[in-house]
Design a protein around this ligand. Structure first.
Ligand SMILES: CC[C@@H](C(=O)O)C(=O)SCCNC(=O)CCNC(=O)[C@H](O)C(C)(C)COP(=O)(O)OP(=O)(O)OC[C@H]1O[C@@H](n2cnc3c(N)ncnc32)[C@H](O)[C@@H]1OP(=O)(O)O
Ligand SMILES: [Co+2]
Length: 134
């Protein structure tokens, strides 16, 4: 069911500083910041030869990134995003397997304009999983 790793996401308390670290210290190519109020984040992608790193800063009072940073003030790895060909088939398989699909269970449009779903970290060895249909 799983395809490539689309991105690994890091929650950061200061997006501008994190972008500077990736651009200058690590010599990586980064995108312009993109505000996604419907997801409660501002996002920058670091583009790598084999995948992407997604830098996430909280946007708005209900942001799940704000909750994560309250527990991890220095930031840290927030989720891993795997590609799937058919997100509805993947969701239905996961629900039948007993996994918790977050939200109302329906895919939302993510940062790449594609449908995404999130799976509860307690069902996947402490790691929040995002699925993106490609
Ligand atoms: C940019 C758009 C999009 C894209 O296209 O790429 C994105 O990536 S948006 C990214 C932000 N959106 C989301 O994360 C949506 C899904 N997340 C959630 O629904 C919630 O964050 C959550 C995973 C259900 C956590 O909810 P919260 O209320 O913040 O925390 P809890 O205290 O209820 O957490 C329960 C339990 O899980 C642990 N936890 C929380 N977050 C993570 C995490 N990122 N990784 C691993 N574990 C996590 C938390 O510590 C709790 O554990 P215990 O303390 O042991 O109970
Ligand atoms: Co993501």
């Amino acid at each position: 069911m799983l395809g490539r790793v689309n991105h690994i996401a890091l929650a950061v308390p200061d997006l501008a500083a994190a972008v500077e670290t990736y651009r200058t210290t690590l010599g990586a190519t980064v995108t312009e910041p993109q505000a996604l109020p419907e997801h409660g984040v501002t996002v920058v992608f670091v583009t790598l030869p084999n995948t992407k790193v997604e830098l996430l800063e909280p946007l708005g009072p209900q942001s799940s990134i704000a909750a994560f940073l309250a527990k991890n003030p220095a930031g840290g790895m927030h989720h891993i995003c795997y590609e799937v060909e058919d997100i509805i088939a993947a969701r239905d398989h996961l629900l039948l397997s007993g996994a918790r699909v977050l939200g109302d269970g329906n895919p939302r449009i993510g940062a790449h304009g594609k449908p995404v779903l999130f799976l509860h970290p307690k069902d996947f060895w402490g790691t929040l999983i995002e699925l993106e249909q490609v």
